[in-house]
Design a protein around this ligand. Structure first.
Ligand code: ADP
Ligand code: MG
Length: 387
């Protein structure tokens, strides 16, 4: 078991906390501050327990000098000041004397937000390559390290793996919640257990399928992904999204698990026509699952005890191609099926379609969750101190 934020004493200690404050910003204005709000629980715990708090966080990618201007955490600092009932400081530099001066003058309960860790990526990728010297420099600013940034927990960066290798460490509330929800649903033995997969590319999902197909009872396929499987069965999919490099992979899955894989029987085309899959025209593009497929999937989902879903069933961003995705969420909600939704776009679709509170868990970290579902160890979690 990994240590959690409640496993240390913080009074008067300098605590480095890696937060996920990677919020969308347009023209200097934050357009959605969910991530800031979600980070407050761990921050307030440290404040209550008299820590001196140093926040490290990233914002976007920094590959050029212009990226630096665009991706400053200053707007996040201003928002944090509104939310935190204490003194909050900002360091414009990611290392140096000014930064150290603030750090070593912090009083208990005070907070310092350091500028975007990825400033260190220009020009030498020091943060993203987990540079040893940078890791040591940051680690020396604190005495304890908390990782509360789930979105980058699968990465090997100086601000997560680098520091955790040096300081006593623990996970924050957000990471704890994400990992415990994933562990719970993956480990329990309730059946029927259904995997629902859609979204864009087969290539992004083969590792998840490989890891879960033996354990689940059904694999329902929709989204853009299903067309490579349909083509692998010899069905004409017109101009629908196909990942030709994975045709033989799909053939093998269909061959090895004929009783588990359930494919669409009808689709909705980009021209908003409903067609059976045997009648897809050469110039048609599949944009959603059709009504008969919805019924077929509903029948299986109604009986399911446990569902892991990754990838929307159609191009949900464009109405009316959100119908299939919405229908699946509706049946899962109405039947109170224990459902975990993973994947960045899947989480966005759940919120957009109004199902934000309907499920057991909606995982916030796209790439991290896909890696976990693939059975891969999360590298920045592995290095956290054991209880
Ligand atoms: P996640 O981020 O949840 O893992 P993906 O990134 O794999 O999901 O896929 C999400 C994208 O897949 C969405 O932008 C959606 O528009 C697209 N998509 C869904 N169905 C189709 C389709 N039939 N054709 C093309 N794109 C699709
Ligand atoms: Mg995606």
């Amino acid at each position: 078991m990994k240590k959690t934020i409640e496993d240390y004493q913080y009074e008067n200690k300098r605590v480095i906390i890696r937060c996920d404050l990677n919020v969308p910003i347009k023209n200097g204005k934050i357009t959605d501050d969910t991530r800031i709000k979600e980070s407050l629980k761990s921050l307030n715990y440290l404040i209550e327990h008299q820590a001196k708090i140093i926040i490290l966080a990233h914002l976007g990618k920094v590959k050029t000098l212009d990226d630096k201007k665009e991706n400053t955490l200053y707007p996040v600092y201003e928002r944090l000041k509104e939310y935190l009932n204490t003194n909050v400081y900002f360091s414009h530099e990611t290392r140096g004397q000014n930064l150290e001066k603030i750090v070593f003058n912090l009083k208990p309960q005070e907070v310092l937000l350091i500028e975007n860790t990825r400033y260190e990526d220009f020009p030498n990728k020091l943060e993203s390559n987990c540079d040893e010297e940078l890791s040591k420099y940051w680690a020396n600013l604190g005495e304890i390290f908390i990782n509360d940034a789930y979105g980058t927990i699968h990465r090997v960066h100086a601000s997560n793996v680098g520091i955790a290798k040096i300081l006593p460490s623990a996970i924050g509330y957000l990471v704890e919640n994400e990992v415990s929800k994933l562990d719970e649903i993956l480990a329990e033995d309730t059946h029927p257990y259904t995997l629902v997969m859609g979204g864009k590319k087969v290539s992004d999902k083969t590792l998840v399928i490989d890891n879960l197909i033996n354990k689940c009872d059904h694999l329902l396929l929709g989204g853009g992904m299903c067309f490579t499987f349909l083509k692998a069965k010899g069905i004409n999919v017109g101009l629908s999204l196909v990942d030709d490099d994975n045709l033989s992979y799909c053939k093998k899955i269909l061959n090895d698990y004929p009783d588990k894989v359930v494919l669409p029987i009808d689709i909705v085309t980009k021209d908003n026509e409903i067609v059976d899959i045997s009648e897809i025209k050469d110039n048609s593009i599949g944009y959603d699952i059709g009504p008969k497929t919805i019924q077929l999937f509903e029948a299986i989902l109604q009986k399911s005890k446990r569902v892991i879903l990754n990838g929307p069933m159609g191009v949900f961003e464009e109405s009316p191609f959100d119908k299939g995705t919405k229908a699946i969420y509706e049946v899962l909600k109405n039947n109170k099926v224990k459902t975990l939704i993973g994947g960045g776009d899947s989480a966005a679709s759940v919120n957009q379609l109004g199902y934000g509170d309907a499920f057991f868990h909606i995982s916030t970290g796209g790439g991290a969750t896909l890696e976990y579902l693939s059975g891969t160890k999360l590298k920045a979690l592995e290095v956290i101190s054991e209880k």
